[in-house]
Design a protein around this ligand. Structure first.
Ligand code: FES
Length: 147
């Protein structure tokens, strides 16, 4: 095996590995966690965002559900103090959305929304329902006042 051939094979192997990892990460769906309803807030511990067995790595988003909600809520972590909370109900005809990283997709007709709930692709033409989020005392409070 000559040097040039060897380097080419190594490069292809590294590239394939990177692509496979990226595809795997983008396809992994998250298991929903249950929020606790306190008055009109859905409360979750902030450490729900921590990657298992890590103390400094955070998940980009989590999905929160509660038996009184017809659809789960997607909570995206932009930073320690900035979150978005979006109802996972498509604004086209009400199908439940699926989260793929920072994109929410509708399995019914293909609408897509970004991590702030803004329509990226139709047929939906309205943004997602959003909720105010406050982080305090190691908890995240999602206000459901007007659900
Ligand atoms: S219900 Fe989501 S695109 Fe139609």
């Amino acid at each position: 095996m000559n040097r040039k051939y060897f380097l080419k094979q190594c490069g292809l192997a590294c590239l394939s590995s990177s692509i496979a990892t990226a595809l795997f990460n983008s396809c992994v769906t998250q298991k929903a966690i249950s929020g606790q309803l306190v008055n009109t807030d859905l409360v979750i511990p902030l450490d729900s965002f921590l990657v298992k067995n890590k103390t400094t790595d955070y998940k980009k988003y989590i999905i929160v559900e509660h038996k009184q909600l017809q659809h789960p809520i997607y909570v995206f972590r932009f930073s320690e103090n900035e979150y978005s909370a979006l109802l996972m109900r498509c604004t086209h005809q009400g199908a439940e959305l699926q989260a793929f990283g920072d994109v929410l997709e509708c399995p019914a007709h293909g609408s897509e929304f970004n991590n702030r709930g803004i329509v990226q692709n139709g047929p939906a033409n309205k943004n997602l329902r959003t909720f105010p989020v406050i982080s305090t005392n190691n908890e995240l409070k999602i206000s459901l006042k007007n659900v």
